[in-house]
Design a protein around this ligand. Structure first.
Ligand SMILES: Nc1ncnc2c1ncn2[C@@H]1O[C@H](COP(=O)(O)OP(=O)(O)O)[C@@H](O)[C@H]1O
Ligand SMILES: [Mg+2]
Length: 273
């Protein structure tokens, strides 16, 4: 499978939705819009490869064709992997056993080096270290999500990954996206977060149940993304300091002051007296 096409249905009042967008492997598409606008619904439409048979009337094509019944209804849908908003593990096994079991259920035989790769990936994403022998049920929200993202990137064969509201919950989201896209997947993320929204190539804006516009991330937005990423990293490192018992009474405006590229260039070009 190389591409996924999303065709419009209708909004909540029944008015037609003008939408015909195709995504290729390696693409990131963000979905933005007010709460209740229909972001999760859009992801669900993709999750079930809708054919005009969901509340939105949308249709999804794979490689410009209607997916076969086998692709739509096969157990453990191989086309789409979904990382849901809330994740709770209820199995009484260790993280390592879980990764091995998960691999087997996908008919892979993950060997120890792959388990280690998934663990080290997950640890890149979360500030709270995960060890292979930890009980699965004791992972925090951020650790669970990091583990599932690493697992999906490295173990899941699904070419399409849906993430509903990946927010700042102890996961290095920028790294997570690099990881997932690096595996040549099509990534759709609903978000309220500017850092994530600008990371995508395009974003769909949803209101009252329908996509109203598709915005291509502009060069100006990309520049601002670089700025926001620095601010975001610094903000995240405050969490670390807090965890370690540090005081946060230092000069915050100075801590967050970020020179723009042009300021820096000007300074470099100006000879010091
Ligand atoms: N085009 C539509 N037609 C009818 N109902 C819709 C449509 N889009 C969304 N809905 C419904 O509106 C409700 C809110 O949508 P949801 O996707 O949960 O919003 P969000 O994730 O943006 O907060 C859900 O019950 C969903 O099924
Ligand atoms: Mg939602």
């Amino acid at each position: 499978m190389h591409s996924l096409t999303l065709l419009g249905g209708h909004d909540k009042e029944g008015y037609p939705e003008i939408l015909d967008v195709t995504l290729n492997r390696g693409d990131i598409l963000c979905i933005v819009g007010p709460t209740g606008a229909g972001k999760s619904r859009l992801l669900e439409d993709i999750g079930c490869l809708a054919q005009g048979d969901t509340p939105t009337g949308r249709r999804v094509l794979l490689d410009h064709q209607i997916p076969g019944e086998g692709q739509r209804f096969s157990r453990g849908n191989p086309i789409v992997a979904q990382l849901s908003q809330s994740m709770h593990f209820i199995m009484d096994i260790s993280v390592r056993e879980f990764i091995l079991m998960h691999g087997e259920s996908r008919c892979l035989e993950p060997e120890e080096p792959l388990v280690e790769r998934i663990l080290s990936c997950a640890n890149e994403l979360t500030g709270e270290a995960i060890h292979g022998d930890m009980p699965l049920t004791q992972l925090s929200g951020g650790q669970s999500r990091s583990l599932m993202i690493a697992d999906t990137a490295l173990l899941s064969p699904s070419p399409v990954v849906l993430i509903d509201e990946l927010e700042n919950a102890g996961v290095d989201r920028q790294r997570a996206l690099e990881l997932l896209v690096g595996e040549d997947k099509i990534l759709l993320i609903s978000t309220h977060d500017p850092v994530l929204a600008l990371l995508g190539d395009r974003r769909l804006c949803i209101q009252r149940g329908a996509v109203r516009q598709i915005i291509q991330t502009t060069p100006g937005e990309r520049r601002n993304l670089a700025f926001l990423s620095v601010i975001n990293k610094r903000f995240l490192s405050l969490r670390e300091r807090l965890r370690e018992g540090a005081l946060l009474d230092f000069d915050m405006p100075a801590y967050f002051a970020v020179e723009s590229e042009t300021d820096k260039e000007e300074k470099e070009a100006t000879p010091r007296v």
